[in-house]
Design a protein around this ligand. Structure first.
Ligand SMILES: [Zn+2]
Length: 807
């Protein structure tokens, strides 16, 4: 009988017939286990992606019935005398080990589990069958019947929520090497958690857990890294199957704010033949139909909260099966009809777009031209990027068409009953729109309209959150309602000044015209040619609700937010990243670019005050641990987890700014600004990775300085946590004119292997002071100087060039 196992699999894959996504989905939903394929297993080993190692030491393994001719599921249970199984994952980097340690208490994952549910589109079935045969495992159909009864509903549920990737793979008949592997494990100590290997993802190995804290779901990513073949360069990520570009969008906004859209785009398969193509869109939109080259494609769409949290996005994946498979190298015309309620009313004629970056179908990361035509109620105004091509009124409707002169990453829109002011600076222009009234949420204690929640979101379009928690209820305002248009002209001029300043060293922005329009809430968001700016930023500081009256938040809404979003015209929209894992870098660059503008306008003291606040926040303790210790900045959006939810903000924006500031101080102002400009010029319409950014930084460093390749720098500041404390002692020996000054600098409070470059200023009694950089490490730094006379003063890091605790 043993040989029968392998035989069944071979036969089934030989006769795998192409099926439609809907049929595959129905088979998956049935979630039927196959009692005849149940085995008593001992020491069955399964390794996926080189880094996930599972040992089914003792228990029962049952396969699901074939779906689309292939085995795609299995259940293991150790529910038997002496039953056991274990998973082993050893993350390859310090940052990942830190992360895993924070969630599980150990830098490596070695967890025994009671049961495991496996879903796969790769060769897992074959690998398990080989092991079963090798271990002479006995078939156990009786136990199989019991297990099927117990597990069928669970399998049906779970395969439902994770099905779409599986369905895409099966329907496309993609090779098993590109197939995803997913396991839901019931850990003995760690509870239920997910493990996956997805060769199409940028970082293929993922281990995490869905967790609720304060009634809010978080997806805690314990570890997520590139699998061995990808790390060592023997394999490359395949990327999206199809690219959409050359968008032509016809959007009609009803009087009831329902948006009905026909999106036309050029579709280019990157491989083929493709039986099925996948696209992403917000879950707020219903896709009604897809045609490819005029022929209807069959549509399949479904997703779940868990799968979305796992992807850290608010988009759903939908599949289109064209009448004929798509060929690589050809261009097709794709037409999508979709509609949904992505426009919301926040009260008092204040509107907002809830799905700003994904209201039309997308695939791939191509920069594209956009030709957008909006038809909307004439009482409203709609702003969106591009040059004006048409603007007319027909009855109660207004029609506006705009075309972008150059390719952009994404096209957003905003709407309201606006007043506006336009300011030009050479080829650049800024048009600022303000609502005539403030939304209900800003009115008083009785009405509380939920604000758009700062949930995690797709790559490249991070929102900049304010310092408020979600669902913060604003306390009562002064009796008179604030007027969001009062400062319109001044603000427009101010934003234009910042935009022009940034273009001075970053080069041409995504689009030369930037529109800025309000969004209810406490955040901003920078899209190409269109910035969403918190309503609070429009208000006079004295008119802001009490909750945002503190100094730090006033500075945030007055000075940082608009320049930060303007800086995203470059960071994220001229240069972008391959995926969400490097997005913190864009945030750090955008925020520090904003600080550079504040420095230019108000002097370095004003900028240092903000950096000081960031330092205080990073050192601020919650539950006995400083915010900084929540995790290395390299984890980026993953820091939005259930452990210390707010720390993400302090680390990505605060520490991120400090990292840029420290680099600037190491390389000098001119070299730093040149580096930023070089990145924007050389990487225009391209992606940048952390490694590439480090290469740019190394190139900008002066020759012959310690840690010139910035290895110690990136190792500590990006991949580790900890803010050092430096203590300096000085000793003076000898007498005029042969004085020996010895300065000793010790570091503490950090990984002892970390090393830092710290400046020491020696001020002679007469004449100019001298700056000396020393290297601290496991051993204290010792600076020995021969001087003519004892110095007047020796100061450690007088200008705060290094992020450290205050002395
Ligand atoms: Zn941002």
């Amino acid at each position: 009988m043993r040989h029968g196992v392998a035989f069944v699999f071979i036969v089934s894959s030989l006769f795998a017939a192409s099926r439609k996504p809907a049929d595959i989905a129905a088979e998956l939903r049935r979630g039927e286990l196959d009692p005849n394929e149940c085995y008593r297993v001992h020491d069955v080993a399964l390794e996926r992606g080189g880094d996930l190692k599972l040992y089914l030491s003792d228990g029962f393994l049952i396969f699901g019935k074939p779906v689309a001719g292939r085995r795609v599921s299995a259940i293991f249970t150790s529910d038997t005398e002496g039953g056991d199984a274990e998973i082993l994952v050893l993350p390859p980097s310090k940052g990942e080990r830190l992360s895993l340690g924070a969630f599980t208490g150990s830098p490596t994952l070695s967890e025994h589990f009671k049961s495991g549910l496996f879903l796969f589109a790769d060769d897992t079935a074959e690998a398990l069958a080989t092991e079963i045969q090798r271990r002479s495992s006995l078939r156990s159909p009786d136990r199989g019947l019991l297990l099927a009864q117990e597990w069928n509903p669970i399998l049906g549920n779970l395969s439902g929520s994770f099905s779409i990737r599986l369905i895409q793979h099966l329907a496309a008949e993609a090779p098993p090497t590109r197939g995803v592997f997913y396991a839901a494990l019931q850990g003995r100590k760690l509870g239920n958690f997910d493990v996956s290997y997805d060769p199409d993802s940028q970082e293929q190995i993922h281990v995490g857990q869905l967790k609720y804290k304060d009634e809010r779901p978080y997806y805690d990513t314990w570890t997520n890294f590139a699998a061995r073949p990808f790390r060592t360069g023997t394999r490359e990520v395949a990327g999206a199957d199809v690219e959409l570009s050359n968008y032509r969008i016809e959007a009609v906004l009803d009087a009831d704010l329902r948006l009905k859209v026909v999106t036309r785009a050029t579709l280019q398969p990157r491989r083929g033949p493709l039986a099925v193509a996948g696209f992403e869109i917000t879950d707020g939109m219903t896709v009604k139909s897809v045609t490819i080259d005029g022929e209807p494609a069959e549509l399949f769409t479904r997703d779940s909260l868990r799968a979305n949290l796992l992807r850290r996005s608010e988009t759903i994946l939908f599949l289109a099966t064209p009448a004929r498979p798509l060929e690589a190298g050809r261009s097709y015309e794709a037409v999508f009809e979709h509609e949904g309620n992505v426009v919301r009313h926040a009260g008092r004629d204040v509107y907002f777009v809830s799905s700003r970056s994904n209201w039309y179908p997308q695939s791939g990361t191509k920069f594209s031209r956009f030709d957008i035509r909006f038809t909307y109620p004439a009482l409203l105004q709609i702003v969106f990027p591009g040059e004006l091509k048409e603007d007319k009124q027909e009855g109660n409707h207004r029609i506006m068409r705009r075309v972008t002169a150059s390719p952009i990453r994404t096209a957003g829109f905003n709407l309201g009953k606006y007043e506006s002011a336009k300011v030009s600076r050479g080829v650049l222009s800024v048009e600022l729109f303000a609502n005539k009234q403030v939304e209900f949420a800003l009115r008083g204690p009785n009405i509380d309209v939920p604000l758009p929640a700062p949930l995690p979101q797709g790559p490249g379009f991070p929102r900049t959150p304010g310092g408020l928690q979600r669902n913060n209820r604003f306390p009562t305002l002064p009796t008179a309602l604030p007027n969001p248009t009062a400062r319109l002209q001044t603000m427009a001029g101010e934003i234009a000044n910042g935009f022009e300043f940034l273009a001075g060293f970053l080069g041409p922005p995504a689009l030369p015209q930037m529109m800025v329009a309000p969004i209810p809430g406490t955040f901003g968001q920078g899209f190409p040619g269109l910035v969403y700016l918190s309503t609070l930023a429009y208000l006079d500081p004295g008119e802001r609700p009490a909750g945002v009256r503190d100094e730090r938040l006033q500075v945030f809404f007055d000075e940082i937010l608009h320049s930060h979003e303007s800086a995203h015209q470059w960071w994220g929209n001229v240069v972008t990243t391959k995926g969400i894992q490097d997005d913190w870098l864009l945030e750090a660059l955008a925020n520090y670019s904003a600080l550079l503008y504040i420095e230019k306008r108000k002097g370095s003291k004003a900028m240092m005050q903000i950096l000081d606040q960031y330092r205080d926040r990073l050192l601020h303790e919650e539950n006995g641990a400083a915010m900084d210790t929540a995790g290395p900045i390299r984890l980026g959006a993953r820091l939005q987890n259930s452990l210390v939810p707010g720390a993400w903000r302090d680390i990505v924006y605060g520490k991120g700014s400090w990292i840029m500031h420290m680099l600037r101080k190491r390389m000098g102002d001119a070299a730093f600004l040149k580096m930023l400009g070089d990145i924007c010029r050389e990487k225009r319409y391209e992606t940048i990775t952390l490694r590439e950014f480090q290469e740019y930084a190394v190139k900008a460093m002066p020759l012959k300085v310690p840690d010139r390749n910035l290895e110690a720098f990136f190792d500590h500041w990006v991949d580790n946590t900890g803010i050092p404390t430096f203590t300096m002692t000085t000793a003076v020996k000898g007498r005029v004119p042969n004085v020996q000054l010895t300065v000793t600098v010790k570091q503490s409070g950090v990984d002892p292997r970390a090393a830092f470059q710290v400046p020491v200023e020696v001020q002679p009694v007469r004449g100019k002071s001298q700056m000396h950089w020393v290297t601290t490490g496991e051993e204290p730094a010792v600076l020995a100087l021969k001087l003519a006379a004892a110095p007047a003063k020796v100061t450690l890091d007088p200008e705060s060039n290094v992020l450290a605790t205050k002395q």
